[in-house]
Ligand binder design. Structure first.
Ligand code: HAM
Length: 415
């Protein structure tokens, strides 16, 4: 009899992976408490119409990725593909606004999407979600971004990049959609099949297309930023100003529209180059009309995000692997400094760092190539001019920053 295996796109966690999962969730909870968000837990399944109405029927999630089934009474239920719609339902059902005008909520839990599995993309996956409900202030948007970046920093995840955009409101979104429609009109016949449907039904989603021909057509699209109404433009400007005030680097990405229909104004994503094609560590944005959708049109300002926990674990694993395999220092020398390399290497090794260099002097380019191949964290360049002043150059191979330092300060610079 054949052994039964886990369903495609799911993961088992045990031993180290279970420890890492717990460690990550504990760090998240510790950071969240500093911002005074409180936990919310909602069911793993909800009535299907919560998601179709909340997320949008033309989105990939609703149109092809939901795990839906009927209960015994013939009512359709769906395993939650995301947390926002459920939190909004729970917020309204439990009248959470009667106690606090602004509710700051967080959740950790599994989500289910019938996607084609690949590295970083699963059918059962975990999210750390945040939802601030009851505020229209851009400061709420920025606090969500800051909290997420705080979590990443506490987990030792650097080198990630924050992208932001604004997708406007009911007033200005139609203007932008009209500008896009006009822009794509002459190229309609060259669009892929999916984009042709999106052109008619949900034109913003076209910007997510990964087809090469469509990507080319999209290269000079009109920017949403230039079509925002005054209120949305001021909101977006304040978000950018506050990010700067908090020393947060970001890039405005006019192609960032996100895969769920409920967004208004600010949208954002953090991506990591360590993740391959599924590069988004987290994403989110403002959703000022979603609550009105379930509340007889009484809109309440809200903003939130969700971070993919499996993607965090993949990054931590790859960082650990990189660190384990890393050489601390590679020394690059010239013909006239070749015989100064070995004593220098010895003195650095005595400080507990690993060091390598070429025995035969080769071109600088080939020595740098070797340094990259050895996955060195730093390259020291030993030039005779610097050496006569007791100095050398040191290059951080991750950030590519290069500076001149005293030879005696090497160990302080490679910590
Ligand atoms: P989302 O962009 O669909 O947003 O998902 C957020 C994050 O969940 C992604 O950036 C990714 O890290 C992770 N993720 C998504 N799908 C998968 C998958 N199949 N496998 C592994 N990880 C995945 C939302 O879900 C919104 N509810 C976020 C939000 C909250 N917006 C406002 N409030």
């Amino acid at each position: 009899m054949q052994a039964i295996q886990k369903p495609r796109g799911t993961n088992d966690f045990f031993n180290t992976s279970a420890l890492l999962l717990n460690h990550t969730e504990n760090i998240i909870k510790a950071v969240v408490s500093k911002y005074n968000f409180s936990e919310i837990r909602t069911p793993l399944f909800e009535y299907t119409e919560l998601f179709t109405r909340g997320i949008g029927t033309e989105t990939d999630i609703v149109s092809k990725e939901m795990f839906s089934f009927e209960d015994r009474g013939g009512r359709s239920l769906t395993l939650r593909p995301e947390g926002t719609a459920s939190v909004v339902r729970a917020y309204l059902e439990n009248k959470l606004n009667s106690e606090n005008a602004v509710n700051k909520l967080y959740y950790l839990g599994t989500m289910y999407r019938a996607e084609r599995p690949q590295k970083g993309r699963y059918r059962e996956f975990r999210q750390f979600g945040l939802e601030t409900i009851g505020s229209s202030s851009p400061l709420a948007d920025v606090e969500i971004i800051l909290l997420n970046l705080h979590v990443l920093k506490s987990l030792g995840i650097e080198n990630s990049k924050l992208y932001i955009n604004s997708v406007g409101c009911k007033k200005c979104k139609p203007n932008y959609e009209a500008a896009l429609r006009e822009h794509f009109k002459s190229e309609f016949d060259n669009l892929c099949g999916v984009c042709k449907v999106r052109y008619e039904k949900n034109i913003l989603r076209m910007l997510d297309c990964k087809e090469e021909t469509c990507k080319k057509i999209m290269s000079n699209i009109p920017k949403f930023e230039e079509h925002l109404c005054e209120e949305c433009a001021t909101h977006f400007d304040t978000v950018k100003k506050e990010l700067k005030n908090n020393n947060i680097e970001y890039e405005v990405n006019p192609m960032l529209v996100r895969g769920l229909d409920y967004y208004t104004k600010t949208v954002f994503e953090v991506q990591s180059s360590l993740l391959g094609s599924q590069s988004a560590i987290l994403g989110g944005g403002r959703y000022d009309y979603l609550i009105g959708e379930f509340n007889n049109g009484h809109d309440i300002g809200a903003v939130g995000s969700a971070m993919g926990i499996e993607r965090i674990l993949l990054i931590i694993e790859s960082l650990n692997k990189k660190n384990e395999e890393r050489l601390d220092v590679f020394i690059v020398a010239f013909e006239d400094t070749a015989y100064k390399v070995m004593p220098l290497a010895q003195s650095i090794r005595e400080n507990n760092f690993s060091v390598e260099f070429e025995y035969d002097i080769k071109s600088i380019k080939s020595q740098f190539k070797m340094s990259s191949k050895k996955n060195a964290r730093y390259t020291i360049i030993l030039g005779s001019e610097e050496l006569t002043k007791g100095k050398c150059k040191i290059k951080n191979m991750d950030t590519t920053e290069e500076k001149e330092i005293n030879i005696t300060d090497i160990k302080d610079n490679i910590k």
